[in-house]
Design a protein around this ligand. Structure first.
Ligand code: AKB
Length: 350
């Protein structure tokens, strides 16, 4: 199975990168070696799984600054990597013969507002280290941007790729900085920088950490545990969202896209867009007694400054992006994944 997947990728990897033919698998096929930073967050493990299916387990190195749970260690290589330590990043890249970096480490919007200096350190200084290492060793760099890179002056529905970007969170400011620096390094040094602006990511695997879109994950845990949820956003707050499997597939597709297909370095990525009331109504089809209250807090201001719907025409045209999950199929997949683990003692239809 793995042999045939490698065969598929050999051609692709060789023609896309030109230079990434240096490493060979046990089967004698070429494949890239990938480092994922912030690997214990919402996206790291899932992406490592997808890339390991394609390139082999030892080719994908997951990293973070926390101790990994046993199941992560069993899945493949896991190492300590502090993106604030440039020397150590260099030694990882050299010692592990890294070709591609997927940079996920970031402090998200809501938590960033509570600790601006930490967000500056991780999201700006950390990114400087990562992009410099990638330039120095000629690596491909994928680092996601976000709907948080837009602000209240941006057209909200739909939001084009190229538009006004005046975010009002430190997270958003750092992501605009990242987008511009990535595009500058591409233009100035030919760095193979790629980015997609992710909507809020909904996942059953890991709990989200400090974002404004997190309600769309918490609602499942609370609904299945006690049949009630208090939402910190108004019920009519529309925000773009994406289900994890779609988000992971988009990441792999953009990572593997042929250079010549990419007319841009930063793409809007769109999937579904809904309000708290709409997701609650959909969830009630599975948890009929669900009660939802709305008590907006400071995160409402952040959400109000973000797009309602992203225009991702260019991603669809240039590298063939298509989402698969709509609101009903995402809700039903989340309920199926979480219901068996929940302690609730009331009716749930999966
Ligand atoms: C957040 O809410 O901060 C993130 C994001 C939209 O980037 N989920």
């Amino acid at each position: 199975m793995i042999t045939s997947m490698f065969s598929r990728n050999v051609k692709q990897v060789a023609c896309l990168t030109g230079s990434i033919v240096s490493k060979r698998s046990a089967h004698g096929k070429a494949y890239p070696r990938v480092l994922i930073t912030g690997g214990l967050g919402q996206l790291g493990r899932g992406l490592a799984r997808s890339l390991r299916d394609n390139y082999g387990s030892s080719s994908v190195i997951l990293s973070d600054i926390a101790k990994a749970p046993q199941e992560v260690l069993e899945d493949g290589p896991y190492i300590y990597a502090d993106i604030l330590d440039f020397q150590s990043l260099q030694s990882i890249v050299v010692n592990h013969e890294i070709d591609w970096v997927v940079h996920f480490s970031a402090i998200l919007s809501a938590v960033g507002e509570q600790n601006v200096s930490q967000a500056l350190k991780v999201n700006i200084n950390g990114f400087h280290n990562v992009i410099e290492v990638c330039r120095k060793y000629n690596l491909r760099l994928f680092s996601p941007s976000t709907i948080g890179a837009f602000g209240p002056e941006t057209p909200r529905n739909p939001t084009p790729d190229l538009t006004i970007q005046r975010p009002k969170t430190i997270y958003g400011v750092a992501k605009v900085h990242m987008e511009l620096l990535g595009e500058y390094y591409n233009h100035r040094y030919g760095l193979d920088y790629r980015s997609a602006r992710f909507p809020g990511v909904i996942s059953a695997d890991t709990k989200p950490g400090g974002g404004t879109t997190d309600y769309a994950v918490h609602i499942f845990h609370e609904a299945l545990r006690n049949g009630k949820y208090k939402c910190y956003l108004r019920k009519d707050t529309r925000i773009p969202m994406i289900y994890l499997p779609d988000c992971l597939r988009a990441t792999v597709e953009l990572l593997e896209a042929p250079q010549k297909a990419l007319k841009s370095r930063t793409y809007n990525l769109s999937a579904i867009s809904f309000t708290p009331e709409e997701i609650a109504d959909e969830l009630k089809k599975h948890v009929p007694h669900l009660e939802v209250e709305y008590e907006p807090d400071e995160r409402q201001l952040i959400a109000d400054s973000w797009p309602e719907v992203l225009d991702d025409t260019d991603a669809r045209k240039d590298w063939g992006w298509r989402h698969e999950y709509d609101l009903p199929s995402m809700v039903s997949a989340m309920v199926q994944a979480l219901a068996p683990k929940s302690q609730g003692s009331f009716e749930v239809e999966v």
